[in-house]
Design a protein around this ligand. Structure first.
Ligand SMILES: C[S@@+](CC[C@H](N)C(=O)[O-])C[C@H]1O[C@@H](n2cnc3c(N)ncnc32)[C@H](O)[C@@H]1O
Length: 404
């Protein structure tokens, strides 16, 4: 019953709302499934990209993650074969059209359930963004995806988090109680009228982190009228991964999950807090996280990113190396805003030429040699850059473009 309702929602309101014609103007990027970020967290920044990547996009919706992955691998001239699966035929139609406009052809489109993923193949990579929390039994989804991984494969997934979505669930429950008997379009129309009468003091209306309801009908429905939606704290998510036989390989912005980055100087934590408790503590102290993005691998398979290794090839995400280098040379610090939180990163002015040297092709040894630094002097200048930028998801190591 619940799965039918979920399917009916996404047939009426394919999510997210996208116009395929926009593919000629821009590429939507994000986490998970940015290839360099996948490599950094899943394959030690050293995947052999000459081997075709067999990927599954599970619950691919209108195609954001699918298009990003396919387009970036195409641009990099790397071979791949992607299977897209979603319950909604309407969402698939939009995703297919987006792929067609871009001339992306190595994609198989399937209308069906991700619970059948193990029958669809053995995958090097599985993207599952914003889906598992909508399943009637989410753990069955975690388990199915884990079973669909090939040897050495990994998953990038996103699920909702409770604290940044403060106010959503009481209103969602209320709307579903009041309007659950209506078909999707009528439900939306009635909910919009009620929403206008909900007082400004309602926790939902006071939460500055929520905006999907203003963006589109699909966004309003997804946020406030979903019939099947449960958020995960980070410890709960780690529990679900563990039950599926998966280990956490990393999160795109590890600094946000480190309580030390929010504690004032002189305040230390009790001994004995394990990694899950520390991440949960950071989540609770920040209170702003609406989602968790994680990369995960089968138990025992974590390969650490190649921090500081001479052969590691650094990439910057969403930042121009020249502009960042200039800002660092002038001020020795940069300001970034992530998840509504502004942070100042201190970066040594002397590291500016190293930052400018990042082009996604040169490894650390080559960047150090170009700056005429011996390995020890290089490491001294590079380490704070790496810690700050990798900590906030701005720097990754990957061989994606090596030799290109
Ligand atoms: C919130 S949308 C996310 C779409 C896309 N992954 C993204 O991040 O833009 C959730 C999608 O999951 C799909 N979905 C829900 N349950 C599913 C299932 N059991 N198997 C496959 N797809 C499912 C829905 O049809 C919908 O398109």
């Amino acid at each position: 019953m619940t799965e039918h309702r979920v399917q009916a929602q996404y047939e009426t309101f394919p999510y997210p709302e996208r116009d395929p014609a926009d593919e000629t103007k821009r590429l939507i990027t994000g986490s998970p499934s940015w290839p360099q970020e996948m490599d950094h967290w899943l394959w030690g920044g050293a995947r052999d990209w000459s081997r075709p990547l067999r990927a599954l996009v599970a619950g691919g919706g209108t195609g954001d993650g699918l298009i990003q992955l396919a387009q970036m691998l195409t641009d990099a001239g790397r071979p791949y074969r992607i299977t897209y699966v979603d319950l909604s035929a309407a969402a698939r139609e939009i995703a297919e059209e987006r792929a067609a406009i871009r001339g992306l052809t190595n994609i198989e489109f399937v209308t069906g359930s991700l619970l059948n993923a193990p029958d669809m193949g053995a995958f090097d990579y599985i993207d599952c963004c914003g889906v598992l929390h909508h399943l009637p039994e989410p753990q069955a989804g975690f388990d199915a995806l884990a079973r669909a991984l090939a040897l050495g494969g990994g998953i990038g997934l996103m699920v909702y988090a409770p604290l940044g979505r403060c106010g959503v669930y009481p209103l969602q429950d209320a709307f579903n109680t009041a309007l659950g008997h209506l078909l999707p379009r009528k439900k939306l129309a009635a909910a919009r009228r009620i929403f206008d009468r909900v007082p400004g003091g309602h926790p939902f209306k006071r939460n500055p982190h929520l905006g999907d309801h203003k963006a589109s009908d699909a966004g309003f429905f997804d946020l406030l009228l979903h019939s099947s939606d449960r958020p995960y704290t980070m410890p709960q998510l780690l529990g679900a991964l563990g039950c599926a036989g998966l280990d956490l390989a990393g999160v795109p912005e590890p600094a946000l999950y480190d309580p030390a980055t929010i504690l004032p100087e002189g305040v230390s934590l009790p001994e004995g807090l394990d990694a899950a408790a520390r991440m949960g503590l950071a989540e609770a102290l920040r209170g702003t996280m609406k989602t968790h993005v994680v990369y995960a691998v089968p138990r025992g398979g974590v390969v650490a990113p190649p921090l500081g290794k001479p052969q590691a090839v650094p990439h910057l995400k969403g930042v121009d190396p020249r502009r960042l280098g200039q800002a660092v040379a002038q001020k020795g610090r940069v300001r970034i805003t992530l998840g509504g939180e502004a942070t100042e990163l201190a970066l040594p002015k002397a590291a500016a030429p190293l930052i400018v040297g990042i082009d996604g092709r040169r490894d650390l040894a080559a960047i150090g040699a170009a700056a005429r630094l011996d390995p020890i002097a290089f490491a001294t200048r590079w380490r704070p850059v790496e810690r700050a930028l990798a900590g906030y998801g701005l720097l990754h190591y990957s061989t994606l473009l090596k030799g290109r």
